[in-house]
Design a protein around this ligand. Structure first.
Ligand code: GLC
Length: 517
């Protein structure tokens, strides 16, 4: 299949599927997912109906944060394959009409990056140290950290090196922060983007996009500080994205970038997608919202208000590799999965781009990984009481027992004993499965949303429900506890996430699409 170009850039309305590389498909039997595994499974994703995939970092890395600690930005970790495997995977994806975006991690490197080795070997005040954020400590002998900043993963954001200086790491101590006040850092990351664009990637997911710059005087934080945060969302960061936008635009094919930015206000979020900056930023408001029609309504209203400030397009995200799976967040069990399907169908009716996380289409729930097997540094440093491993358990593809066709080796995280009914194979054979529902929803989305307006009209609807109309598509989601009346405008039923839509009524935990009357 050829990738067709239309007037609107492809990313504006795409469904992008996040592949957590180490957990998607293991092609070489070592228990860890890899690029060969991904390539083999791309036909599955084409059949599912996604437009693009986002690959989490597969670059050489000691894997302290599963690849978000990059030791070499221009290669593939042997754990995941080779550059040739990457090229082959990319070519196959493009042949299938699937765009590929890759992760770029500009806020920090791995402590195994050659630059950090050089920095450690060099003297305080040297150019090699200036690529990172090294400072002298406080206290009589510099034995206390330079300030009181705390790592996102827990504990102090500073680690001391043998000569007495300290370096900053907003995440794990093995993820030293780069110094974006240093021009060499800019040149290096520009070159990294070019490296992957030249190989043909369609875009980037920018990790911790609101990081990068820290206030140069590293002011300490006070409890309850309302001042602008000295670690995040500094104004200078936008200059980086302006330059990156020019760089992206210098290539053909609507290359794009989506920011993982967490800025405090809708206005601050919108700044990342000004017309001369990045194309998208993840909208995490839905992912943070409870199962509630009022909350969903507010998410939609606030999102349009935010992107409207800059004329941007919205994105919608229910889950990713950092959060508890939405089926579990919504209560777990059959009701949790029914609600997750309903939320997904609602999201897919909206203008803009939807991001799915692998396993969402199978209705996977969060797995309770035994504490001694947890690998997440945020768990070990204390910031995440359960850790993020529970949403990162490998994908079940086939068969009745672990590793369910994920590969032939022992999977890097244990897979539950009761997943036989959740495998791709099992769900493909069942017309009523969650997977078949997602296939139908993505197909229908392609058919019925083409040419629909990018605005939605919120509809008055029964208590416990949220309803909107987009052109002649009507979407209703019911989060209440009893069957509710559908809005009059809901005509022919196109697709429902459950069986309970009949006689002008919709059952709880269900969403449906209708043609407007
Ligand atoms: C992002 C990633 C997360 C990682 C962190 C540090 O939030 O999504 O998985 O741990 O950045 O790079």
């Amino acid at each position: 299949m050829q990738i067709t170009t239309s007037a609107a850039p492809w990313w504006q309305h795409s469904v992008c599927y996040e592949i957590y590389v180490r957990s998607f498909a293991d092609g070489n039997g070592d228990g860890v997912g890899d690029l060969v595994g991904i390539e083999q499974r791309l036909p599955y994703l084409a059949d599912l109906g996604v437009d693009s995939v986002w690959l989490t970092p597969f670059y050489p890395s000691p894997q302290h944060d599963h690849g978000y600690d990059v030791a070499d930005y221009r290669d593939v970790d042997p754990l995941f394959g080779t550059l040739a495997d990457f090229d082959a995977m990319l070519a196959t994806a493009h042949d299938l009409g699937i765009r590929v975006i890759v992760d770029v991690v500009p806020n920090h490197t791995s402590s195994e990056h050659p630059w950090f080795h050089e920095a450690l070997a060099a003297a305080p005040g040297s150019p090699a140290r200036d690529r990172y954020v090294f400072r002298d400590g406080t206290g009589r002998n510099g034995e206390r950290p330079p300030n009181n900043w705390v790592s996102v993963f827990g504990g102090p954001a500073w680690t001391r090196v043998p000569d007495g200086q300290w370096y900053l790491h907003l995440f794990d101590s093995q993820q030293p922060d780069l110094n974006w006040w240093n021009d060499e850092v800019h040149a290096e990351l520009d070159d990294v983007l070019r490296f992957w664009l030249d190989r043909g990637v369609d875009g980037f997911r920018v990790d911790v996009a609101h990081g990068l710059y820290k206030q140069p005087d590293l002011v300490p934080r006070k409890r309850g500080d309302r001042l602008p945060h000295p670690m995040w969302d500094q104004p200078e960061v936008h200059e980086v994205y302006r330059r990156w936008r020019k760089l992206l635009d210098s290539y053909d094919g609507d290359r794009m970038a989506v920011a993982e930015a967490c800025a405090g206000t809708p206005e601050a979020m919108a700044r990342y997608i000004r017309p001369d900056e990045l194309q998208q930023t993840f909208n995490f408001t839905w992912l943070e919202a409870p199962w509630s029609a009022a909350a969903f309504r507010k998410v939609v209203v606030d999102t349009f208000a935010s992107v409207g400030l800059v004329g941007g397009t919205p994105t919608w995200v229910l889950s990713n590799h950092d959060v508890v799976r939405e089926s579990t967040r919504y209560g777990g069990g059959p009701a949790g999965v029914a609600r997750a399907k309903a939320a997904a169908l609602t999201m897919l009716a909206l203008p803009g781009s939807s991001y799915l996380y692998q396993g969402e289409e199978l209705g996977l729930e969060q797995v309770d990984v035994p504490p001694h097997l947890r690998q997440d540094p945020a768990y070990h440093r204390g910031a995440e009481p359960e850790g993020r491993d529970g949403c990162r358990v490998p994908m079940p593809w086939s068969g009745d027992t672990a590793p369910y066709g994920f590969g032939t080796g022992e999977p890097w995280l244990p897979m539950p004993d009761d997943w036989a009914g959740l495998t791709v194979e099992a769900q493909q054979a069942d017309e009523h499965s969650t997977l078949q529902f997602f296939r139908r929803a993505l197909r229908l989305r392609r058919e019925v949303t083409v040419g629909l307006p990018d605005q939605v009209q919120l509809l008055d609807s029964a208590p416990g429900t949220f309803a909107f109309r987009r052109g002649d598509l009507v979407c209703v989601v019911s989060c209440g506890s009893r069957t509710a009346r559908l809005p009059d405008v809901a005509g022919e039923l196109l697709l429902a996430s459950g069986d309970g839509v009949a006689d002008g009524r919709i059952a709880p935990d269900t969403a449906a699409w209708f043609r407007a009357r």
